[in-house]
Design a protein around this ligand. Structure first.
Ligand SMILES: Nc1ncnc2c1ncn2[C@@H]1O[C@H](COP(=O)(O)OP(=O)(O)OP(=O)(O)O)[C@@H](O)[C@H]1O
Length: 218
């Protein structure tokens, strides 16, 4: 269950508060893999941050009994002065990973950073950093993975591996995905939530949601 109750979220701007959601009530579907669709700037990434509790609403709340990943595309939580290993251990600890040594091993292998795992992350390329974050997330068992354009991470070989890993996860866990790439949405999702002018609408049929979204985008 993910229930959004009376949620208002705004950002300050020179023109005054910019409201992304106002008194929003919505039962977010969790029974299948859901795409979040909407035009640029409608609040998809904001909704992700709210779901992951990396940001809070101005008013109202999100009630859930699901363990949700952080939004995977975001490299928040990665500390540039710390090594890949130290970052991994830190992420593992705050997410209550039981065997940290095994977790470190799996992340090092998956992220393909080799010996650089013991170098500060500031020495990594942006692709390497993104791979590390993806690897950290995929090696933790969450109920729901929040995927924000994340399978576009890294080079084509890594991308293939990332997609395969996410596909495997999505067979036991839920995926909530934001992507403008409809092929990717179709590969992972079976339903959609369309955001338009602060309103969320659920479409149990993904193609119906895509059709509404593509009409709105015209
Ligand atoms: N930290 C912030 N401070 C101020 N305004 C913000 C902040 N984050 C987002 N916004 C504004 O909130 C609105 C929604 O942004 P958000 O990134 O959630 O949209 P989006 O639907 O994910 O867009 P896109 O498809 O372009 O990625 C935009 O108008 C954006 O400028």
């Amino acid at each position: 269950m993910i229930r959004i109750e009376n949620m208002t979220k705004s950002y300050p701007s020179k023109l005054g508060p910019q409201y992304i959601f106002r008194d929003l009530n919505f039962d977010f579907p969790t029974e299948n893999n859901v795409a979040i669709l909407g035009k640029n700037g409608t609040g998809k990434s904001t909704l992700f941050r709210l779901l992951a509790k990396s940001e809070y609403p101005d008013r109202g709340r999100i009630v859930t009994n699901k363990a949700m990943s952080w939004p995977v595309a975001l490299q928040t939580g990665i500390h540039p002065q710390m090594t890949g290993r130290e970052n991994t251990r830190f992420i593992g600890r705050i997410n209550n990973v039981r065997s940290l040594a095994r977790y470190e091993e799996k992340v090092q292998e998956f992220a393909e950073v080799g010996k650089r795992f013991d170098l500060p992350v500031k020495n990594y390329s942006s692709g390497m950093r993104a791979k590390l974050v993806f690897a950290c997330c995929m090696n933790i068992d969450f109920d729901i993975y929040l995927i924000d354009e994340a399978t576009s991470v890294g080079d084509p070989i890594f991308r293939k591996k990332a997609r395969a890993s996410l596909k495997e996860k999505s067979e036991q866990a839920g995926v909530i995905m934001v992507s403008h790439e409809l092929d990717q949405i179709r590969e992972f999702c079976t339903s959609a939530v369309v955001i338009d002018e602060g309103k969320l609408t659920y479409y149990a049929d993904l193609e119906e949601g895509i059709s509404v979204y593509t009409q709105e985008s015209k």
